[in-house]
Design a protein around this ligand. Structure first.
Ligand SMILES: Nc1ncnc2c1ncn2[C@@H]1O[C@H](COP(=O)(O)OP(=O)(O)OP(=O)(O)O)[C@@H](O)[C@H]1O
Ligand SMILES: [Mg+2]
Length: 290
């Protein structure tokens, strides 16, 4: 079965090339770890390759989500209601939504031949809609089962524990019910790669077992460092030369258009003390540009 690239730089090589068709993966992390960014980047990767995206938001409005994506340099607006659709569920009756509305929507799209990626961000309020554990399990299970019919699903889960503490109880249920789970943690210790990713599980996949640092890069989104190399620290350096060389390589290597515009945006906004070389390598690998 073919793998579906996540579009999150560096991640696919940790999970045998990507996610399985019609699978559900949860992304667990506390506030500000980058859950929404992961989701947005995943949708954009599909859209750039002719797929459609469905963003099921439970807390933020589509406007807020598009604005935040803009801050990281991802332009969702130009796809809004063309190949990117939002369902905003704030304050709705989740039970009715999960049992009636979503299945209707999925059914209405069943004649479509266009692949769709789905993001649910965050799923936690659905869990809190009822205290009954069995009902929680049914709701989440139904939600995953229904949306999976559309294509590949990513769902974020809020975590309310501190780094290093055991995974909280309210995140265990979605992890059990999903096919895959990623754990994001934030260590406010300074430096570029100050957040880490761990693959908790990925059904049918030999996945990386390490703790992988990742960073935010404007124009790109999230870049995961899947290899174990050190980053060169050269404070005060100018990196224009490295970027220009990368852009040139991309041009001669017939890189896809989105990569070129992303590289330019990345060059303009790189304000780390670190050389961008490693991040660029990961991005080029993802695009399979030599
Ligand atoms: N270029 C950047 N450099 C450093 N940090 C950044 C950059 N862009 C975004 N961030 C940080 O990442 C956070 C955004 O992550 P995102 O909104 O995806 O997190 P989240 O896990 O969805 O958070 P929440 O739980 O609040 O929804 C911002 O709060 C900001 O601190
Ligand atoms: Mg978020």
């Amino acid at each position: 079965m073919g793998r579906i690239e996540t579009g999150i730089f560096g991640l696919d090589q940790l999970i045998e090339g990507g996610l399985n068709e019609k699978s559900t993966t949860v992304i667990v992390g506390s506030s500000g770890t980058g859950k929404t960014t992961f989701g947005v980047q995943f949708l954009m990767h599909g859209i750039e390759n002719g797929e459609q995206g469905l963003f099921v938001s439970l807390e933020e409005t589509p406007e807020q989500i598009m604005k935040e994506a803009e801050a990281i340099g991802i332009d969702l607006r130009k796809h809004y209601e063309k190949d990117l659709f939002f369902i905003h569920l704030k304050g709705k009756n989740f039970k009715k939504m999960v049992e009636e509305q979503l299945p209707q929507l999925v059914k209405a799209r069943s004649d479509y031949d266009i692949r769709t990626r789905v993001v649910i961000d965050p799923i936690t309020p659905v869990l809190w809609a009822t205290e009954d554990k069995l009902e929680q399990r049914e709701l989440i299970g139904r939600l995953f089962y229904t949306l999976r019919e559309l294509g590949v699903v990513i769902s974020t889960v809020e975590e309310h524990t501190k780094p290093g503490e055991a995974v909280g109880e309210d995140v265990l249920l979605p992890i059990y019910l999903a096919d895959g789970a990623l754990h994001l943690e934030y260590y406010p210790i300074g430096g570029a790669f100050n957040r880490t990713l761990k693959v908790i599980k990925m059904r049918g996949t030999h996945h990386g077992e390490g703790v992988y640092p990742y960073m935010f890069v404007r124009g790109m989104g999230v870049i995961v460092r899947a290899s174990g190399t050190d980053i060169a620290v050269e404070p005060g350096q100018e990196y224009n030369e490295i970027f220009d060389k990368a852009i040139q390589t991309a041009e001669t290597g017939q890189a896809p258009k989105p990569l070129l515009s992303r590289l330019k945006k990345m060059k303009e906004s790189w304000d780390y003390d670190y050389s961008p070389e490693e991040a660029l390598h990961i991005v080029f690998d993802s695009y399979k540009v030599k």
